[in-house]
Design a protein around this ligand. Sequence first.
Ligand SMILES: [Zn+2]
Ligand SMILES: [Zn+2]
Length: 312
Amino acid sequence: MKQNIYFGYICWKISSRIEIKNPFHDLTVCLFVECVDIIANWDTQRFRDIAHRFSASFLYSTTAFFVLTQMLYVVPQVYDTSGVMYKLGCLTTVFITYNILANMSACKRTDTSVWSLPWDQLCPSPEDESLWRYCDSCERLMPPRSWHCKVCKCCILKRSHHCIFTANCVGHNNQRYFFWFTFYMTLGLLLSLGNTIIFMLKNFDYFYMITWLWPVAIYLDEFASGPSPPNWLGLTIMFNAYILLPPLVMFMFQMVSIWRNTVIFDLNNDSYNLGLRENFRSIVGQKGLWTFLSPRLKSPLPHDGTQCPEKK
Ligand SMILES: [Zn+2]
Ligand SMILES: [Zn+2]
């Protein structure tokens, strides 16, 4: 009975969110944001403990699994181990793995809450006071574009969303790290999928590969005449293909938020859109695209998060 009431409440929340003009955005908000919000409301402490630990462990173990499978099994069989491509493949794997883990760690360590501001910035100047808003939970005025997070229990500067992998909110100060984290996750999984597909095409009948990637096409097995791959390899390629989707979707959301200078909660709002170049710099800082090299590269942001220049 309790579960039915709870399920009904989630359906009602979802249906109240969906608008006809942008169903893709609304449905995704429902699935990724609304449900997380409802669960967080339900039991915040439990949500923190279980979701954060499980998500981080899943990410670390998945990364380790793909790195080891690629380095020890797939790449040595696809490329000549004494050739340039093999060495390039190994170097690329190390670089991507470093950037996934280092950007995730930097995103987790960087405080983007309102309390990260110097104390003299916590109150608005008389001319900016009308732009600040009152937060009922924090019971004080907060800078424009800051939103309260029920899991972090504070207001976040230019809050995008609460990330269960980094166990904190993504906002003004750490969006750079989250952007590169999703980019390198997507790139790493795409490359490992590409390598595994080449390996399977070289050694096994391609009908088997299609049925592993898309189990609905199981009838294609009848047409296969060559050797079949071991089940563990088939499961690996299937897991790789489906696990690629979440970081790819998050990366696409990041691209849209850079394109319009907005956040996931408010993708339709482009009133802060300053042009692609300025939008990108407002997230990654003065070094721009060079920040792809490492999260350790210093790249100061154009402002502290209390000023939000609007489109003229
Ligand atoms: Zn607040
Ligand atoms: Zn949060």
